[in-house]
Design a protein around this ligand. Structure first.
Ligand SMILES: Nc1nc2c(ncn2[C@@H]2O[C@H](COP(=O)(O)OP(=O)(O)OP(=O)(O)O)[C@@H](O)[C@H]2O)c(=O)[nH]1
Ligand SMILES: [Mg+2]
Length: 233
């Protein structure tokens, strides 16, 4: 099983992406995770693992997506440090289901949400940075440094990373410039930056949107699969 971990600032479109993946897989609009519209408070509160039904109710696709609370663009240095350390724990599989990331303090080392003995399935296989294409140029340098720190941790753990550029429907002409800027500022190669348009306002699926979501998912899963194969080689 491949574990995909979504990370991104508040309102970047993390929950919308996993809802979009589920919608495409189920062939109907799905709202598995709550989606918000607030610029001051994260709509997703808890670290949650989402599975995706395949056929009948008890059968699932062999991958899961972790959704998390997004951080504000302008949080303090100590908040950012706490957050990076917590994400590092999550990448290693030490953070249990239901934990609420709190930038004011790190996960408690003797609390109920610390998983001391993660199984292979609990560890993250692909880290996905979810970035709002419209807001990237407004993200401050400190927040970008935080993304780089998380990327460094992931690289140390040998976990592959991609960036999803969301909301491209609002931003199409500028998308190439934005992909280059993400690549330069965060350090992810341009061929690992995947533009998507999530299902955000439509009532029915359409094949162009499906194609972008499926292409991004395929790329993420191939990276995760390579990482798993490497671990057991
Ligand atoms: N136009 C457009 N809107 C989008 C897209 N993806 C997400 N949105 C909208 O952006 C807002 C935030 O989306 P969420 O999926 O809640 O973002 P999130 O990253 O999960 O946010 P938090 O959980 O609060 O950190 C919602 O109003 C979505 O409908 C997209 O591709 N296009
Ligand atoms: Mg969310």
């Amino acid at each position: 099983m491949i574990r995909i971990f979504l990370h991104g600032l508040l309102g970047a479109g993390k929950s919308s992406f996993l809802n979009s993946v589920n919608s495409v897989l189920q062939g109907r609009m799905c709202l598995q995770a709550l989606v918000g519209n607030s610029s001051s408070d994260s709509c997703t509160k808890k670290h949650t693992t989402h599975k995706f039904n395949h056929g009948n109710q008890d059968t699932f696709y062999p991958f899961v997506i972790n959704d998390n609370m997004g951080l504000k663009n302008n949080c303090s240095r100590s908040n950012r440090n706490n957050h990076v350390r917590d994400i590092e724990q999550a990448l290693k599989g030490h953070v249990s289901e239901g934990y609420t990331f709190n930038p004011e303090c790190r996960i408690s080392m003797d609390g109920p949400f610390l998983n001391l003995k993660p199984r292979a399935n609990d560890k993250v296989h692909v880290l996905v940075f979810v970035i709002d294409a419209n807001k990237f140029s407004q993200i401050n340098e400190k927040a970008v440094e935080m993304l780089q720190d998380i990327r460094d941790e992931a690289s140390r753990l040998d976990i592959p990373q991609v960036a999803l550029l969301t909301k491209i429907d609002e931003f199409c002409p500028e998308i190439q410039k934005d992909m280059n800027e993400v690549s330069t500022r965060v350090g992810i190669p341009v061929n690992c930056i995947l533009p998507v348009k999530n299902y955000s306002e439509e009532l029915d699926l359409n094949s162009d949107t499906d194609a972008l979501i499926l292409s991004a998912l395929k790329h993420i899963l191939l990276l995760g699969n390579d990482h798993l194969n490497k671990q057991y080689a």
